[in-house]
Design a protein around this ligand. Structure first.
Ligand code: FE
Length: 214
């Protein structure tokens, strides 16, 4: 894990006086040391480690967020509570774990497309999305998404109409953003579990749309 650069506990605090919620650096270092030892001894396959990390980045981690989004699509009252006070509303679906930060949910509509970044480091709504992908932590994403959000969206294969306003939200140690993607067309008859399958990690960061039902 540490070899992938997940050891973000680097003490950045955005000047707000408290640390990030990612693992502390000594913990990350221990993990890295252990991983190196196991690989050296032939007990651990680095490819297997990468596969586990991929699971947490793209599958297991974002499932909480997907459940939140699916509930919001299916239940207008929940959606209203979610947009008013996300941290509280998420407890209704069993999601908690924030350590003093506020969670804010941003609703994408036909007119407004929200996109999330942490320009200073990699603040991320981990209770709902799990581990951040490497690109989210990369300097090019962090700087370019502010200057040229449409260009970045284009690279993710996300095309927006000219009339759509793009809003970029900068996460920090106090506020973590989650995008509520638009509910795809043709999903009127789907239940929450089926809807959740359409909700990708990238759609909740705002670089992609939710999937269309096949
Ligand atoms: Fe950060």
């Amino acid at each position: 894990m540490a070899g992938q650069g997940h050891d973000h506990g680097d003490g950045h605090d955005h000047g707000h006086g408290h640390d990030h919620t990612e693992p502390p650096s000594d913990e990350a270092l221990r993990v890295k040391a252990l991983e190196s030892l196991l690989v050296d001894k032939g007990l651990l396959d680095p490819a297997a480690v990468d596969a586990v990390i991929d699971q947490y980045e793209t599958k297991i981690g974002p499932r909480n967020g997907a459940r939140v989004v699916a509930r919001a699509w299916a239940d207008p009252d929940f959606k209203r509570r979610l947009l008013e006070n996300a941290s509280e509303a998420m407890k209704e679906v069993g999601v908690s774990g924030l350590q003093g930060e506020d969670m804010v949910v941003l609703e994408n509509t036909a007119r407004v497309h929200n996109l999330v970044v942490c320009t200073l480091c990699s603040c991320y709504p981990w209770p709902v999305l799990g581990l951040p992908p490497n690109w989210y932590k990369s300097a090019p994403y962090r700087s370019r998404v502010v200057r040229d959000p449409r260009g970045v969206l284009d690279e993710f294969g996300t095309k927006l109409g000219d009339g759509v306003e793009v809003r970029v939200w900068d996460s920090n140690a106090e506020i973590r953003y989650l995008v509520l993607p638009e509910r795809p067309a043709g999903t009127e008859d789907m239940d929450e579990a089926a809807l959740a399958e359409l909700v990708t990690r990238d759609s909740m960061i705002g670089v992609a749309m939710a999937l269309s039902p096949e």
